[in-house]
Design a protein around this ligand. Structure first.
Ligand code: ATP
Ligand code: MG
Length: 234
């Protein structure tokens, strides 16, 4: 469904990603793992068109999408939950969710999505009229997740959703991610929490210094000695 072919990303003289290749099939949950500065966010941002690539190709549904504007890419159905949440603090929870639906022209679909999101995150229904700033960190993460779902994505990209969450909330978020994937959503999940990433995913890629160092089924990676030692603390 979505494929990165030998993608390189530079920031001026800084080579952030070198010749990375990834394949994400329809309905798959793929984990992208790696330490600080490995290039995970750069890859997500290049897929969403926020930053340009310097070599390679990004193909979505058999069409090249690198070079398209972020708006065009979003309207094709690739939606990102940004790192650090970035909800609108002065808008209400409901308004924040509706921002996610801005590309959705059909009111019935929007209503259906709203029901789905508030069923998945009952707290958002409870706090529907409160300001985004009044939510806890975990609730803001749910709001950012819910807002992305309001766009009715074909591919959902999540950048370190567990960052800053308590173990309990991380577990809850994991369940929600799994549920969305079970309903058929294709997900690219960036995580520093390798255990969480590999537990949820079917397949994983480990980035080291901007290169795909290890890849394989998540079960394989969970048993890989290098992955265990470097990322799972075993
Ligand atoms: N705007 C920028 N200008 C220059 N260098 C950048 C920029 N953004 C990222 N980099 C560099 O690119 C490399 C990859 O960064 P990136 O943010 O993609 O890593 P990451 O895997 O998402 O890290 P983290 O886990 O800290 O979020 C790093 O060396 C980083 O310093
Ligand atoms: Mg990052």
């Amino acid at each position: 469904m979505l494929e990165l072919k030998s993608v390189s990303i530079n920031y001026g003289a800084v080579k952030a990603v070198h010749s990375a290749s990834l394949v994400i099939n329809r309905g798959e949950l793929v984990a992208l793992l790696g330490a600080n500065g490995a290039g995970k966010t750069s890859i997500i941002n290049s897929i969403s068109g926020a930053i340009p690539i310097s070599a390679g190709e990004i193909v979505f549904l058999n069409e090249r999408i690198n070079g398209l504007s972020p708006d065009r890419i979003a309207s094709r159905g690739i939606i990102q939950v940004p790192e650090g949440r970035r909800i609108f603090p002065f808008l209400t929870v409901g308004e924040n969710l509706m921002v996610g639906a801005y590309l959705q022209k059909d009111k019935k679909t929007t209503q259906k999505n709203l029901e789905r999101v508030t069923n998945l995150f009952p707290i958002l229904k409870e706090k529907f009229k409160q300001k985004g700033s009044e939510l806890s960190g975990g609730q803001q993460q749910m709001l950012a997740f819910g807002r992305a779902l309001m766009a009715n994505p074909m591919v959902l990209m999540m950048d370190e959703p567990s960052l800053g969450l308590s173990p309990l909330l991380t577990q809850e978020l994991g369940k929600q991610i799994r549920e969305i994937n079970r309903e058929g959503m294709t997900i690219l999940l960036v995580e520093q929490n390798a255990r969480m990433g590999l537990t949820l995913s079917t397949k994983g890629y480990v980035l080291v210094n901007g290169q795909v160092a290890i890849s394989g089924s998540s079960a394989e990676l969970l048993n890989d000695d290098l992955v265990k030692e470097a990322y799972l603390g075993m």
